[in-house]
Ligand binder design. Structure first.
Ligand code: F3S
Length: 401
């Protein structure tokens, strides 16, 4: 199929508006051709991954060089995914000077393009929630799923270069999850067990993603879906199964309008399926040396829950407790007693990064407890790291006295 381009889009592609714009258009059109898109559509905003030096490596700098040939700026509001370190407390995280220097260069370059250095995978928690029906170009997998599922916005899971290309041009190819018919569920999941903690939601997502890679689920019998439950479920689905959209009966905006008559399979998620996932991530035989919370980045309520559960207890010796969030949320918890309360018990709150994209975690810790299957999944890929999945309640019982 030949994609229709407007006169202005043709000009952008031909290089009339500069090489960076032409290269960006080339990439978007190429992707559109692969997926038989008929046209390009405007996006409301973009979220760009490819920020941590750990994940992008040296090659990012030659890509930047290419873009710097023109004085190009992003055309729509654009947010950045987490970097490889807390931009202030990187020394405390034992990040090397060399890594830090490269990380600062990367973030500075993105800022030069007009991108806001939000450095979070949860921009929706800090005032950048999309609206129903918005077309976006987001690239972090959990954020993509939340935008599609919880807010009813529309985005494919973009790669770092394609989300940046869309940010620069303000356009994306109209295919995949931008199209209504492609948003119908394929599998109906009757949730037969209680989801009592965030980690239970995470177990559901991980279990489903492993079984039905890439297929949109429709969850029935989920009793509640706060943004905090929704985001940990989204992250798990994306981590184990690259699932970028889910529906939950009466709880997500498109659940009433999608076609559930024609799903391909109906299955149940039972107590024993849930236990299977906890068992899968029960790898630590001796003591843990780190608790890592905040995958996806912790919200104000997530942090408050930890603080409430802590009550008057102190961390046990030999265990560190790190919470990852955005700078903006940390500023909010610093204005009440929340941050002081946590820090006085030895709990650190790091911003701009996370347990997966910072080298600090896998390089310095061997036995890590978390409440997120996404974090557990990626951390346990390092052969030297063992993980354990627990609810916040159980974590606090295990690591405090
Ligand atoms: Fe976010 Fe890092 Fe998890 S980017 S979703 S906290 S792996």
């Amino acid at each position: 199929m030949i994609m229709f381009l407007t006169k202005e889009q043709e000009e952008m592609l031909s290089g009339v508006k500069g090489e960076a714009i032409a290269k960006s258009m080339e990439l978007i059109v190429k992707i559109g051709d692969v997926y038989n898109a008929e046209q390009l559509i405007p996006i409301t905003n973009a979220q760009v991954a490819g920020v941590s030096y750990l994940t992008v490596g040296e090659s990012i700098f030659s890509f930047f060089e290419l873009l710097s040939k023109d004085d190009v700026k992003v055309k729509v509001p654009t947010w950045l995914n987490p970097a490889g370190m807390d931009m202030e407390k990187w020394r405390e995280m034992e990040i090397s000077e060399d890594f830090a220097e490269k990380q600062f260069r990367i973030v500075k370059f993105y800022e030069g393009l007009g991108i806001k250095p939000t450095l979070t995978c949860a921009p929706y928690l800090i005032g950048h929630a999309p609206s129903y029906g918005d077309h976006l170009a987001w690239s972090e997998s959990s954020a993509v799923s939340i935008a599609n599922s919880f807010y009813g916005a529309r985005t494919n899971r973009e790669g770092a270069p394609s989300s940046l290309a869309s940010a620069i041009t303000g356009l994306t190819a109209n295919y995949g999850l931008h199209i209504t018919e492609n948003r119908n569920p394929r599998i109906l999941v009757d949730v037969k067990t209680n989801l009592e903690s965030f980690s239970d939601y995470s177990a559901l997502g991980y279990w489903y993603g492993k079984k039905f890679h890439g297929l949109i689920p429709y969850f029935a019998n989920v009793q509640s879906l706060s943004i905090n439950e929704a985001k940990i479920l989204a992250a798990a689905l994306a981590a184990s199964g690259s699932v970028a959209l889910y529906h939950a009966k009466d709880l997500t905006p498109e659940s009433k309008s999608v076609d559930i008559e024609n799903v391909e399979e109906k299955i149940e998620f039972t107590e024993s399926n849930k236990k299977e996932i906890y068992h899968h991530f029960n790898q630590i035989s001796e003591g843990a040396d780190l608790v890592a919370i905040g995958c996806p980045h912790a919200s104000y309520e997530d942090i408050k829950l930890i603080s409430n559960t802590l009550q008057s207890r102190q961390m046990k010796k030999g265990i560190k407790f790190w919470i990852f969030t955005s700078n903006k949320i940390k500023t909010v918890i610093a204005t009440d007693s929340l941050l002081t309360n946590l820090e006085s018990r030895g709990i650190k709150v790091y911003t701009d990064t996370c347990m997966v994209v910072s080298p600090s975690v896998v390089e310095n810790f061997r036995n890590i407890i978390t409440n997120s299957t996404k974090a557990a999944h990626y951390l346990s890929r390092a052969k030297t790291t063992m993980v354990k999945l627990l609810s916040i309640d159980s974590i606090m019982k295990e690591v405090t006295e």
